[in-house]
Design a protein around this ligand. Structure first.
Ligand SMILES: Cc1cc2nc3c(=O)[nH]c(=O)nc-3n(C[C@H](O)[C@H](O)[C@H](O)COP(=O)(O)OP(=O)(O)OC[C@H]3O[C@@H](n4cnc5c(N)ncnc54)[C@H](O)[C@@H]3O)c2cc1C
Ligand code: SF4
Length: 547
């Protein structure tokens, strides 16, 4: 293999895991190759067009997978530089301290992680600084301990959300400001990169003001001459040496032909479903069940949360622009009448009539869809789904991804929905009193991404995790606690695959923090000079300040 195809590190995928790791390793001076199957999201007005984004699904991956019955499904996932963080809502939560231990749920056991919250805490702080998280420490009753404040103050509630927050407080709840990674400077609006618009959650940011992995990490990493990024480069297979202990070459489809690259360290970070698929497709004589899969764990324990969108319709309008500012975690670990964890309540971006119309949801009495969109509070509910070995990624006909999933722990979600209904009934507006709240609505689906009142279906793989779990026991996990494959000496995985349990808050900040943690381990392993690294980092900061 020619010298230019050999690297110290190859990172496959540029999302929350891969993009962050590339950023962290870039100042090491080591030769790093980043391979990304997608291109940059084109910057165009359509980025912020609900019809194009939510109805036409223009930016979604153009491929089909299969469900367990062999029926085609079109995954709601995105292949671009920055991965799914280009489209995420940037709600950047730490897992709760208790999520790292074993937790008993109504539907079974959520297993412990091989690392504790305290092991990850310093990296959560780094992650919040890097992704410029805006929040208020101390408001969320389930928040884990932290040694630092958020780097930016919380994004303020708009009046309708503030009114709801006050209502919730009056009824005894402890609503809080959701930690969000958008570059909004409310004190200096004229300088603020973020313009606080209504097309953030689910949309790519046209002005580069969302803290996504491309803007925050990959764009910075590629400024280093030792870092090479190849886009439109689909990794098809990993080949091992004759011992089977090392990945020897990475086979890439690029410009219509196959190319091979090699590195001392290979890091897979294609997202939990594609990473598992890549390892399974890389089966060989030494690894007949797929790479890193002597335990038969790879692809199993797929989790994606039980999520639903619920629209609360009020007589009072909701003119909120940026809605994703309020969260409620009072029921996260249970309540007096239900001793098991239920999950997390927050918001999706403000829904609009175009998105609603596409799916024709049930209409609230005396409302049109336009009126519903103008009067709705659009809640996002998340409950933990539990790892089940039969919920899995496998490879089916024509090499297609097969996603087999039977939902579990559903009582937790039903209880969470009931809790929200109860809380909404207690709201009491100054004009209409308790009558202001007309109910929680919508059966039926609308748009390709939103399903009101129902569980988000299988194709909604936004929170995918768990398919290549880490752990101390090679019989029950595929990765060790540094996210290195038990079966191979130079293969790591840093996307959402490593989660042994899914918890019930959004996953990205944990993926980012873990990538920083694994990055520190890799720096040591590569013998990277700390002095050179620090000098390069300082130079980076000076360059950034000069810009
Ligand atoms: C609409 C939406 C809203 C969301 N909102 C939130 C939120 O508010 N908060 C939150 O925490 N999370 C949110 N998420 C989830 C979050 O985006 C993901 O958890 C996170 O991006 C996962 O990071 P990852 O590194 O595991 O994978 P990804 O970010 O998916 O990155 C994987 C990358 O690998 C590339 N790739 C895949 N296969 C290959 C291959 N074979 N060869 C080369 N490259 C490959 C992909 O193109 C992609 O760039 C949201 C997701 C969506 C879709
Ligand atoms: S709210 Fe801010 S970060 Fe989000 S899309 Fe609009 S400008 Fe970008």
């Amino acid at each position: 293999m020619s010298r230019e195809n050999q690297f110290d590190v190859i990172i496959i995928g540029t999302g929350a895991g891969g993009g962050t790791l590339a950023y962290h390793l870039a100042p090491s001076g080591k030769r790093i190759l980043i391979l990304e199957r997608g291109d940059y999201v084109p910057r165009e007005k359509a980025n912020w067009d609900p019809q194009v984004v939510n109805v036409d699904a223009h930016y979604n991956a153009k491929e089909s997978w299969l469900d367990k019955d062999g029926k085609e499904l079109h995954p709601h996932t995105n292949y671009y530089v920055g991965g799914n963080t280009k489209f995420y809502g940037a709600a950047l939560f730490r897992l709760r301290k208790e999520d790292f231990g074993e937790l008993r749920h109504h539907g079974g056991i959520s297993p412990a992680w091989p690392i504790s919250y305290d092991d990850l805490e310093p990296y959560y702080t780094q992650a919040e600084n890097l992704y410029q998280v805006h929040g208020n420490r101390g408001e969320d009753p389930t928040e884990p301990p932290s040694n630092s404040q958020y780097p930016w103050p919380a994004i303020s509630h708009e009046p309708r959300i503030q009114q709801l927050s006050d209502d919730f407080v009056r009824s005894g709840l402890k609503p809080f400001h959701v930690p969000v990674g958008v570059m909004l400077d409310e004190k200096n609006p004229h300088k603020s990169r973020c313009i606080r618009c209504n097309t953030c959650d689910g949309f790519a940011c046209l002005v580069g003001a969302k803290s996504d992995a491309q803007v925050v990490c990959v764009d910075e990493a590629v400024k280093h001459s030792n870092v090479t990024l190849l886009t439109n480069s689909l990794v098809k297979r990993l080949d091992t040496d004759t011992t089977g202990r090392e990945v020897r070459s990475v086979v890439v489809e690029r410009n219509g032909s196959l190319e091979t690259y090699s590195a001392d360290i290979v890091v897979v970070s294609c997202g939990a479903i594609n990473s598992a698929a890549l390892l399974l497709r890389s089966a060989n004589d030494k690894h007949p069940r797929g790479l890193a899969n002597s335990s038969d764990i790879v692809g199993r324990h797929y989790m994606g949360h039980t999520n639903s969108v619920m629209m609360a319709i009020s007589k009072c309008p909701n003119p909120t622009i940026f809605q994703k500012t309020l969260g409620v975690n009072d029921f996260y670990f249970g309540s007096k009448d239900f001793e098991y964890p239920m999950g997390h309540i927050s918001f999706v971006g403000k829904l609009d009539a175009i998105t609603l119309k596409a799916g024709a949801p049930a209409i609230a009495p005396n409302f049109t869809l336009e009126l519903m969109a103008k009067h709705s509070l659009d809640f996002w509910l998340t409950s933990e789904d539990l790892p089940d070995p039969n919920n899995r990624v496998s490879i089916g006909r024509d090499g297609k991804i097969v996603l087999t999933y039977t939902p579990n722990n559903l009582e937790a979600h039903a209880r969470l929905q009931a809790k929200l209904k109860e809380a909404m009934k207690q709201t009491n507006c100054a004009i209409h009193g308790h009558d202001c709240h007309q109910g929680l609505f919508g059966e039926g689906l609308f748009g390709r991404n939103f399903y009101v009142g129902q569980r988000i279906p299988l194709a909604g793989v936004a929170h995918q995790n768990g398919t290549i779990r880490f752990g101390d026991d090679p019989q029950t996990s595929a990765l060790d606690s540094n996210c290195k494959a038990h079966d191979l000496d130079n293969l790591y995985v840093v996307d959402g695959s490593f989660f042994p349990s899914s918890a019930a808050v959004n996953p990205a900040l944990t993926i980012i923090a873990n990538a920083l943690r694994v990055g520190d381990h890799l720096m040591k392993r590569l013998g990277a000079s700390e002095t050179e690294y620090e000098q390069n980092r300082v130079q980076d900061r000076e360059l950034a300040l000069a810009r």
